[in-house]
Design a protein around this ligand. Structure first.
Ligand SMILES: [Zn+2]
Length: 493
């Protein structure tokens, strides 16, 4: 038996984040996710002496929290597969003595007193939510959560405040935010290499999905203890795997977890417009696999967009496309969809299958691809642009070898752009000077000692070009480079 004890440390969220909320967390809190959880939620409706809100009656609030088909209670029931049960009461409206402010803590004290709630009855399983027209101007948050006081406050100036309550209750259950790795078109996907957009996941109520109640992702569901053991599958071997859509209760696989080897796991899930996920706006995500990264059993998740790493929109990897992770060498390729789920090919680098993997949108190092009027030289997951047709020809490239294609998911290497007639041949090319062939590498031009070594490294004469003066100068500077070996590690794959 495994006992997991997690220290939840929430980040104090600054006001300029796109989704505005404040988590006040003076002390670290420990939470043992058990899956099954009963929450008794008391909602206090409070007006200020000089500002009031009349947009919802206590009866309507009660319905939206506990009784309607799309209530917060049904939301948690569905998304926890019946493991989280919410009951509660609504109090108010009360006219507090306080003037309108953003001081959630003191408003909380007055609201609890007005409702006659004893402070000792408030706990992690019995939080109190204060709904009030906090203001008058923007408070820097739309939801406020103090885990040490089990206080949640939401402002009625946010029209989606009920969904914000659902988000804050996620914190009560120990969950952190659903973030997005903005990787500026690099595919490295880690905190070190990317900008973390704290609320950047639009497809999780713990991210900016909180404007509507939509399902949490597989990382959060695993952490919360909502999956049964058959719902999450750890994959370590190449093969084709089935993922059922995540929304409904069943015993099938709803999440695939793959160790990336960098302290993070890939979590794959499949979403469909059913249940509360009908609230999702994007059609794109229903056509593929959503990929998150997170440490093992993490309360916080990071969405990635394998097709366009700097954009959180349209992040699903659709059938027919693939993601080849430059860090682990793992390739993820959705193969086909059915009504209930999606089949995904997962290939690990040690397997023979990786080298023979063929997919329509994949380009190899040394391919020339024309995308929207620009010709690129492909090197691994990167592309090098030619800025003019004249340069392209002057370097010995031929138009007959150019393919048309979409290389938007390749990283542009601007430093290596071929932009003058004095540009060297791009990295990954073979360059001939005198009787020797060289391999063009970031470190210089590496001499190739024999025809066998040339072939073993994938060399071919139609990707070999005559050296220009810049290459020759570089060859002279590259005298200290180790000559190329068979299957050399420096070859760009
Ligand atoms: Zn939050």
């Amino acid at each position: 038996m495994r006992i997991l004890i997690f220290l939840i440390l929430f980040i104090l969220v600054s006001i300029f984040l796109p989704k505005n909320e404040l988590i006040k967390e003076a002390k670290a809190d420990s939470y043992v996710p058990s899956g099954n959880k009963n929450l008794y939620v008391r909602v206090v409706l409070a007006n200020f002496s000089n500002a009031s809100f009349s947009g919802v009656t206590p009866g309507e609030m009660s319905s939206q929290m506990f009784y309607s088909y799309d209530s917060v209670r049904s939301f948690y029931n569905e998304e926890s597969y019946g493991k989280v049960s919410i009951t509660g009461d609504v109090y108010g409206w009360f006219n507090l003595p306080a003037k309108q402010s953003c001081d959630a803590e003191s408003v909380f004290d007055q609201a609890v007193a007005a409702a006659g709630i004893s402070v000792s009855s408030i706990s992690g399983s019995s939080p109190v939510v204060v709904v009030a027209p906090f203001g008058p101007s923007y408070c820097g948050w739309v939801g406020y959560s103090s885990l040490s006081r089990n206080l949640i406050a939401v402002t009625t100036t946010n029209p989606n405040f009920v969904a914000t309550i659902a988000h804050e209750l996620g914190h009560t259950l120990g969950l952190a935010h659903a973030s997005f790795y903005n990787c500026d078109n690099r595919m490295l996907f880690s905190i070190q290499n990317c900008i973390v957009e704290e609320y950047g996941d639009d497809y999780d109520v713990m991210g900016s999905g909180s404007v509507k109640m939509v399902h949490m992702d597989a990382v959060h569901k695993e952490f919360a203890g909502w999956f049964n053991s058959s719902n999450i599958q750890a994959v370590a071997n190449s093969g084709q795997y089935f993922l059922e859509s995540i929304e409904n209760t069943s015993s099938k696989t709803k999440a695939i977890k793959i160790n990336r080897g960098d302290g993070q796991y890939f979590y794959l899930e499949y979403r469909q417009p059913t249940g509360f996920d009908r609230n999702l706006d994007s059609q794109q995500i229903f056509g593929g696999v959503l990929i998150h990264l997170a440490p093992n059993h993490s309360s916080k998740s990071y969405l990635i967009n394998p097709l366009s790493p700097s954009q959180a929109t349209n992040p699903a990897l659709p059938v027919g496309r693939f993601f080849s992770d430059p860090v682990s060498g793992i390739t993820i390729a959705p193969a086909y969809q059915t009504n209930s789920g999606i089949y995904v090919d997962i290939t690990f680098p040690s397997a023979q299958a990786l080298t023979s993997y063929s997919l329509p949108s994949q380009f190899a190092t040394g391919d020339l691809v024309s995308d929207q009027g620009t010709v690129y030289w492909i090197v691994g997951r990167n592309k090098i642009a030619f800025t003019s047709a004249g340069l392209f020809s002057s370097l010995g490239f031929s138009w007959g070898s150019v393919k048309n294609g979409d290389v938007s998911n390749y990283q542009e290497m601007e430093k290596l752009m071929v932009n003058t007639k004095n540009s060297r041949h791009p990295i990954g090319a073979w360059v001939k000077y005198g009787n020797t062939i060289y391999y063009s590498h970031e470190s210089g031009l590496i001499p190739v000692p024999s025809w066998e070594v040339f072939l073993s490294n994938g060399g071919s004469l139609d990707k070999t070009f005559n050296a220009n003066q810049t290459d020759v100068n570089l060859i002279k500077k590259s005298y200290n480079l180790k000559i190329l070996e068979s299957n050399d590690y420096r070859i760009y794959k």
